[in-house]
Ligand binder design. Structure first.
Ligand code: NAD
Length: 467
């Protein structure tokens, strides 16, 4: 019986194992390219025919995968892409990297995993390992992968091996690549865990961290991203307090982070975006409620972060008001629509919500983002406009929603009549026309437009009133 495990162990150790990667997006394409680069024969399964055609031509559509690298493995015959699941038949290892978004009601939508499992199942055979990398709630692997495989009559841990290992990439991060981040691996049995660890060591050359079950591995990913969501929401809320108090939050964070221990810097912004931080905590919260548990921190963090676009638009209206203008009929240039700097991903981007809210208030909105040539906001399609002095001069307001590195912020401050900066991108170029989230208006903005500082409750008495 152990011969299936031994066969797979040998195939992985010699890099002779054939690998199928299902879903070639932000996670799957870098992974498939890396595994092929390590010498494995990789078949990518992708339902989008345009993507499969581009991969087979060696043309990358993911910024973190240079076309040159992709072309090298494609031309060497180590990576090819197809729509058909037939490739699962001849594969020893199958890695699933399909999306796990939210549905219309903002509940987990696991239909992509369910769908892939239905397509894979007829091809699953003894001696094969299936690894799920899609982020989801604890219990997903057991419910959506283990159950159908076991029900199809396979003995898991002896014939077929199953594990969960979350992807932890940070798109656009040039310091940490796939191989630099340890892989957390939780298999259904100890043999499943051992084989999956061996696979990642051989395929990515990374450190692996084995845990006792798939649920622990699934939970670890959600802890990472919930930690981020909660901390970002705290700092987003404090940015609103700093606006009231006339204290510069950016300077305060810079001071706090001089402490060499016990503090991690998070920064405010127009809201969270991407396929992880706005979504993953919701998966955990949804699952928690099935256990009769309301995770208050998670839900509050989501509420604060989702409220940021409204706050930013309200502050932008304040800024326009100081110039005697209303949002209605003002021309607004939004700088940066990707969810974070130096990437092209607009999924869940707060900038899109900011644009939508300003349009609802009658603003005429244009945007500039060299990473994102076109966006859809509601029924409208907008195209990125060039960032020229005349464009800046002819707008009433520039709202900086993403601090891409390729923008000349000095130029923006020099020519735009009014700027609302949610990222502190203009930190080196303060001017009377610059408002920043979580910071007092720059010198030049009349004092009367600052928030009134409320008198402390104990004003007039000698000591703070005791509650
Ligand atoms: N993007 C990130 O930074 C990131 C980081 C860590 C984890 N994750 C997680 O990884 C998973 C994948 O995310 P992503 O950002 O790569 O998504 P993505 O949308 O970029 O890529 C998913 C790909 O899967 C394909 N696909 C969907 N259904 C398919 C099917 N039935 N058969 C074949 N292909 C199919 C899509 O066409 C798409 O190309 C998600 O669970 C996500 O939460 C993402």
């Amino acid at each position: 019986m152990d011969s299936y495990a031994e066969g797979l162990r040998q195939a992985i150790s010699s890099r002779g194992a054939k690998v199928a990667v299902v879903g070639l997006g932000y996670v799957g394409l870098p992974l498939a390219t890396e595994i092929a680069g390590a010498g494995f024969d990789v078949r990518g399964i992708e339902r989008d025919p345009e993507r499969t055609a581009r991969i087979n031509r060696g043309e990358s559509y993911i910024a973190d995968v240079p076309s040159e690298r992709l072309r090298r493995v494609v031309e060497a015959g180590r990576l090819s892409a197809q729509e058909s699941f037939q490739a699962v038949d001849g594969s020893d290892v199958v890695v699933i990297c399909v999306p796990t978004p939210l549905d219309r009601n903002r509940n987990p939508d696991v239909q992509y995993i369910v769908n892939v499992m239905q397509q894979i199942l007829p091809h699953v055979h003894a001696g094969q390992m299936v690894i799920l990398e899609s982020t989801s709630y604890p219990g997903t692997l057991e419910e959506l992968v283990l159950s159908p495989v076991a029900n199809a009559g396979h003995t898991v841990g002896e014939e077929v091996f199953l594990a969960f290992s979350s992807e932890r990439i940070d798109p656009g991060n040039i310091t940490y690549h796939l191989k630099d981040v340890p892989k957390v691996v939780g298999g259904v049995t100890p043999t499943c865990t051992e084989l999956a660890c061996l696979f990642y060591q051989m395929a990515l050359g990374c450190v692996t961290h084995a845990v006792s079950s798939p649920s622990v591995a699934e939970m670890s990913k959600l802890i990472e991203n919930t930690f981020r969501s909660v901390n970002v929401s705290l700092i987003n809320e404090l940015s609103q307090l700093c606006d009231r108090m006339g204290v510069d939050i950016w300077e305060a964070i810079g001071a706090a982070k001089t402490k060499p221990f016990g503090f991690t810097a998070f920064y405010p912004g127009p809201g969270v975006g991407g396929h992880c931080i706005p979504i993953d905590p919701v998966y955990l919260s949804w699952r928690a409620k099935q256990f009769g548990f309301t995770p208050r921190f998670i839900d509050l963090a989501t509420e604060v972060n989702e409220g940021m676009p409204n706050y930013v638009v309200a502050q932008a209206m304040e800024a326009l008001n100081t110039q005697g203008k209303a949002m209605k009929d003002s021309s607004v240039l939004v700088l940066g629509v990707a969810y974070k700097k130096d990437v092209s991903d607009v999924r869940e981007s707060a900038a899109l919500r900011v644009i939508e809210l300003m349009q609802e208030r009658g603003a005429k909105v244009q945007y500039h983002d060299s990473f994102v040539p076109e966006i859809r906001v509601g029924a409208d399609r907008l195209r990125s406009v060039p960032l020229a002095p005349e464009t800046l001069r002819s707008t009433d307001l520039v709202v900086i929603t993403t601090d891409h590195s390729d923008v000349d912020y000095a130029l923006v401050v020099r020519h735009a009549p009014l700027i609302y900066d949610t990222r502190n991108a203009t930190r080196d170029f303060h001017g009377p026309n610059v408002w920043r989230l979580g910071a007092p208006p720059s010198t030049g903005v009349p004092e009367k437009h600052r928030q009134q500082i409320p008198a402390p409750a104990y004003a007039g008495s000698k000591s703070p009133r005791k509650q």
